[in-house]
Design a protein around this ligand. Structure first.
Ligand SMILES: Nc1ncnc2c1ncn2[C@@H]1O[C@H](COP(=O)(O)OP(=O)(O)OP(=O)(O)O)[C@@H](O)[C@H]1O
Ligand SMILES: [Mg+2]
Length: 503
């Protein structure tokens, strides 16, 4: 290369005018004859190659090329002269050039043939494309790096077009969904989602395309092997510089373990609720025994009346049938209490069904009435007519009621006899049903109120401190809540709020 400031020799081909013209060209230009000998080069070419004109004139142009072009050039030129079949002449292509110092650089070479009088030759116009090549290499490197990151990131990702068709899926995604990328490509992302969730996910994608707001939601996928995959889907949109949506990027996070843990926690909660239910019923055993005993005593009485009637010899069939009917009614009453008890004590999976709160409260009152009456306390029940139904597990809701009433009874234990427990049920708009249990006990001290729903918090010597925390968790699983407030008599009032059916 010529040093800075050193003026290279210019081409002198056929007069100063042409030479000046060639020198004025920005791109390097080399002229050769039909045997490949250099007949001229302009100033730019001299500068690029580091030669001056005297060093190259008459030399084989192959000196400006590295191997393998250097060795091939003569044969190539001879073939062209024989056959006139060009590989580069009139076309141009990317090749590599060699400087005087032996270093090489990529060029775009276009070659044209000229005929001027007797003189025939070729003109090569070169463009140094080192920079372009470097940029291309950088772009290639960056896109390879991005590809590597995409492929090897531990998060499962699919890329879709704006209509949700899968364009690509990385390795983690293929492993998670147990299928290869070829199977995924072209299909819709939503086709991988389980049917139950598909419509909702489709709606999210439509909203994403329209608003561009990314979304996250729990989604169940069906893997190629047919397994259900519990996952969290995060999806966002990638836009071009003009704001046009180009791609959607969907990240699938495996939540199976978390789901399993939640399921186990739910099972434990159900078991704990069951144990606590047995405990509560155990405490109420005398009341319940009385509830069963009443119809049994009545049955015994009717039976001896029937016996007396038969023995008197004055048997009136009508009267006997009526006594028989009364026995049946009492047996049915005892049966009802026992059926209620059995459903409360059985260990079972939680269920969700439409429930009539008035009926639930009626059944619970049967189990507690006697105990209250025996102490001279009143049980007041006030039910709003036409209460909307609630969705839930009847036994669990009754358990909450029983716990609250038991707490009320225990709170009132040391009080005078003119006490009461009130259960009311009312609708709150069309969305909620509220059931409240209110007592005439002493209410809660401030420090008790603060810790009321803490597990194992109890002020009682025999208390486990689990009653209210179980009630609260039952209510929250039902999408409802449990609150405390002091009532007008200074006693405690607990309010259960449950979502009404259809909301
Ligand atoms: N109606 C109420 N009146 C006054 N205090 C109450 C009332 N209900 C609950 N409490 C207070 O809240 C505490 C916690 O109640 P919770 O039902 O959780 O546990 P517990 O009744 O002590 O024990 P467990 O119900 O597990 O046998 C009670 O110990 C009591 O101090
Ligand atoms: Mg309790």
């Amino acid at each position: 290369m010529p040093r800075r400031g050193e003026k290279p020799q210019s081409a002198r081909v056929s007069g100063d005018r042409l030479g000046a013209l060639l020198d004025a060209a920005v791109d390097p230009i080399v002229l050769i004859d039909t045997r490949g000998r250099i007949t001229g080069l302009n100033r730019a070419a001299a500068a690029v190659f580091g030669y001056n004109e005297a060093e190259v004139l008459g030399q084989n142009v192959a000196m400006l090329m590295p191997a393998p072009y250097r060795e091939e050039h003569d044969a190539y030129l001879a073939r062209y002269m024989d056959t006139a079949r060009p590989r580069i002449i009139g076309i141009g292509r990317e090749v590599v050039a060699r400087r005087k110092d032996g270093s090489t650089f990529p060029i775009d070479l276009s070659v044209g043939e000229f005929l001027s009088g007797e003189e025939r030759g070729f003109v090569g116009i070169l463009r140094d494309i080192t920079l372009r090549k470097q940029q291309e290499a950088e772009i290639r490197k960056t896109s390879e790096e991005l590809r590597l990151i995409f492929e090897n990131t531990p998060t499962a990702i699919t890329i879709t077009d704006v209509d949700g068709h899968v364009l690509d899926a990385n390795r983690a995604c293929q492993a998670l969904l147990e299928c290869n990328v070829a199977e995924l490509k072209g299909g819709r992302h939503t086709d991988l989602v389980m049917e139950e969730d598909r419509e909702a996910v489709r709606a999210e994608f439509v909203a994403l395309r329209e608003t561009g707001n990314r979304f996250s939601r729990e989604v169940r996928y069906r893997t190629r092997d047919g397994h259900v995959l519990y996952a969290m889907l995060h999806a966002g949109v990638a836009r071009d510089a003009g704001g046009e949506a180009l791609l959607m990027i969907c990240e699938i996070v495996d939540r199976s373990q978390l789901f399993e843990a939640t399921r186990e926690a739910e099972e434990l909660r159900t078991r704990l609720a069951h144990v606590s239910r047995l405990g509560t019923l155990g405490e109420m055993v005398s009341g319940i025994a009385h509830e069963v005993n009443q119809p049994l005593t009545a049955i015994a009485n009717y039976a001896s009346a029937a016996r007396r009637l038969v023995l008197s010899g004055d048997t009136d069939a009508e009267e006997l049938a009526s006594i028989n009917d009364k026995i049946a009614v009492q047996a049915e009453r005892a049966g009802q209490v026992i059926r209620g008890l059995r459903s409360m004590t059985r260990r079972r999976e939680a269920v969700r069904e439409s429930l009539d709160c008035s009926a639930l409260i009626g059944e619970v009152s049967k189990l507690i009435e006697f105990e209250l009456r025996a102490r001279g306390w009143r049980l007041l029940i006030s039910l709003e007519p036409k209460l909307p139904e609630v969705l839930g597990d009847g036994v669990q809701i009754q358990q909450v009621l029983l716990n609250l009433v038991r707490n009320a009874i225990e709170a009132m234990n040391e009080r005078a006899s003119d006490d009461f427990v009130t259960i009311t049920a009312s609708a709150l708009g069309s969305a909620w049903v509220e059931i409240s249990v209110s007592d005439s006990g002493p209410g809660l001290a401030q420090e008790v109120e603060e810790r009321l729903f803490e597990p194992f918090f109890s002020t009682k010597t025999q208390g486990m401190g689990l009653g209210l925390s179980i009630c609260k968790s039952i209510m929250s699983v039902h999408g409802g809540e449990l609150r405390y407030r002091r009532n007008l008599h200074g006693g405690a009032e607990f309010i259960m709020r449950l979502p009404a059916v259809g909301i």
